[in-house]
Design a protein. Structure first.
Lengths: 361, 257
């Protein structure tokens, strides 16, 4: 029987990490996600599973610790919030280049700069378009409930190791802080060193054995031809991920005349908007991207053939709306509505925006 | 040519007095002739060979002249971002507490951009070895001022000499980390003479033995030359190092618990 608990989103991540057999968490405190490391240190997972939990001196150090442990084939994660993720951008680029599997969690707050500690969704560009330097992509998952905060930990590691690529979970302060019921995954055993060495002997560092060449974790190649070839390999991997790993949820889309596109907290608000709209006779549907990269462009393109207009609802000044527009290719009008800087839109104002921008216009 | 002498003609059983350790690869070193990095690489790899720990050792290379250390060291290695080697090594050591982990870093990497990572890895007493090559200059990028560049010393960004009123004094990281309870062995050595090489190698051996005994962090500074960056011949650079670097960075053990 699955175990049911009432938990904060941040706590659900931490408990799921222990249960998924994660080997190490390295982190640095920042609001609104500090409960993740607090929960982990309280639970003493080194006693439960042998999991390492270490508070680093900075987000820079914590993500480079992740680099080191991930380079050993270990299931390794960190978490932070917006300003901390900016500090991690260097290592994220290095890990994408060195093809290291890991999980990075961003419980977003409002920006820019130190911004606010209230929820935000203004790190969409940073998460999906780079953030660090160079041509790379992260697999980006967007949970919209405490349940998904727990479920996506295991999913993230499955994807990270399947593709040897960092995975970013893009959550926000609302989902991190709120409490909901959550079914927790069953406790998995951590892999032994022998099992890890057997699985990843072709790339990870364990100490060079006599029967193999040394393994090197690096993102450097001084020869341009070699670096270009490596980039082609990365691009081929990203193309495969784009083809196979798109995830989304369709809500009330079948008869929809107007479409909302929203993820995370915004998607929850949009569900109320659907109800309010339909009470007024406006047939609204919601496309909720679960993977922000790869983005569900094909599905949005298909829905664009059916609806009269699309509203991208985000707690930002308009970021995901660009991807929606690219998917729609001008077939119907695409508009953006957002509150930001820590403000959360109400269902009424989203519905009002839909009417103003798409129906009466 | 029938008369060509091959290595096999010279090396006969019983006559072999020195052999490159199997922990070094056959790749040609990328360092300038006269640079101390090659010797430092050799003695470090000899220690790993002599202790029989090649299969249990993971090294972390820096950004700087020794960025390609993994091309020459025949062990599993990770290349860290600039200054982050102690954090990367921490990440490795915490998940593999029974393996041997070391970083190999230059002065710009360890004492400028990586100051926080260095201080805090030392302060936590991470059970690793840090090898710190201090040649008082950024070699790879073409001889700019390092945190360890001596007062009045010329570099490409201090063309009239380091003005300490403007740029501060050279930082003595080794003395700083010796004050931290997490370090168990802190020493400053050199590799410019056979005697100095022997002392450095002994220090490296002690550092890895400390790691085996879980004693804490061992920190070995090797004061070295950069004849290219200093714009001197190798011989002259070593003399200049003795006359100018050693008085500011005196050799010897600072802490040995």
């Amino acid at each position: 029987m699955r175990e049911l608990r009432l938990m904060k989103g941040n706590e659900a991540i931490a408990e799921a990490a222990i249960r998924c057999g994660v080997d190490a968490y390295y982190g640095y405190p920042i609001t609104p996600q500090s409960e993740i490391m607090e929960y982990l240190t309280m639970e003493e997972p080194h006693k439960r599973t042998g999991m390492v939990v270490l508070q680093a001196e900075s987000e820079i150090a914590s993500i480079h610790m992740v680099y080191g442990a991930a380079g050993c084939g270990k299931m390794t994660m960190t978490s932070s919030s917006s300003p901390g993720i900016s500090l991690m951008a260097e290592a994220i680029s290095y890990m994408a280049g060195a093809e290291l599997p890991c999980l990075i969690i961003n419980v977003q707050r409002g920006g820019p700069g130190l911004g606010t500690i209230q929820p935000g969704q203004a790190d969409y560009f940073q998460a999906t378009k780079g953030g660090g330097h160079g041509d790379y992509n992260l697999i980006v998952l967007a949970p919209s409930s405490v349940q998904e905060m727990a479920d996506f930990v295991g999913l993230s590691f499955d994807l990270a190791f399947k593709y040897r690529n960092p995975v970013l979970m893009l959550s926000d302060g609302a989902i991190g802080q709120m409490m909901e019921k959550v079914y927790l995954p069953a406790q998995k055993e951590r892999l032994t060193d022998e099992e890890i060495e057997k699985r990843y002997s072709d790339w990870a560092t364990f100490g060079k054995k006599a029967n193999r060449e040394r393994n090197i974790i690096t993102s450097l190649s001084l020869e341009s031809e070699v670096q270009e070839k490596h980039n082609f390999k990365l691009q081929a991997k990203y193309a495969k991920i784009s083809q196979d790993e798109v995830r989304f949820e369709r809500i009330a889309c079948d008869d929809a005349e107007y479409l909302l596109v929203g993820y995370g907290t915004s998607a929850r608000i949009c569900q109320k908007v659907i109800q309010l709209g339909r009470e007024k006779g406006i047939k609204i549907g919601l496309l909720r991207p679960i993977t922000l990269w790869p983005f569900p462009s094909e599905e949005i393109s298909k829905l664009a053939n059916q609806v009269k207009g699309i509203l991208s609802v985000e707690m930002s000044a308009g970021q995901m709306v660009y991807d929606v527009k690219l998917a729609v290719e001008g077939k119907v009008k695409v508009m953006h509505f957002g509150r930001f800087g820590g403000m959360i839109p109400s269902p009424d104002e989203v519905l009002h925006a839909l009417e103003e921008k798409l129906i009466h216009n | 040519m029938e008369n060509t002498i091959t290595a096999q003609d010279i090396i006969r059983d019983g006559e072999l007095v020195f052999k490159k350790t199997a922990c070094l690869t056959d790749n040609v070193l990328s360092y300038c002739p006269g640079c101390g990095h090659g010797v430092a690489h050799r003695i470090l790899m000899e220690v790993i060979d002599e202790m029989g720990i090649q299969s249990q050792t993971i090294g972390v290379s820096p950004v700087g002249c020794s960025v390609l250390a993994y091309d020459f060291m025949n062990i599993d290695m990770q290349g860290a971002a600039h200054g982050r080697a102690p954090a990367v090594a921490t990440g490795i050591k915490r998940v593999f507490p029974n393996k041997f982990v070391f970083t190999y870093q230059g002065d710009g990497d360890l004492a400028a951009i990586g100051t926080a990572e260095t201080i805090h890895a030392c302060n936590r007493g991470e059970n690793i070895v840090i090898i710190f090559i201090n040649n008082g200059i950024y070699g790879m990028t073409g001889g700019q001022m390092a945190p360890t560049t001596l007062p009045n010393m010329k570099s490409s960004t201090t063309p009239y000499g380091r003005d300490v009123k403007m740029m501060g004094h050279p930082i003595k990281m080794t003395e700083i980390v010796a004050t931290l309870p997490g370090t168990c062995f802190v020493t400053r050595q050199a590799v410019h003479t056979p005697a100095a090489v022997n002392r450095s190698k002994k220090a490296i051996r002690k550092a890895f033995e400390n790691q085996k005994l879980n004693k804490g962090l061992s920190f070995i500074e090797i004061v070295s030359n950069c004849n290219s960056g200093w714009k001197m011949t190798p011989v002259k650079s070593n003399k200049w190092m003795e006359e100018n670097m050693f008085p500011y960075y005196p050799l010897g053990d600072i802490k040995d618990l």
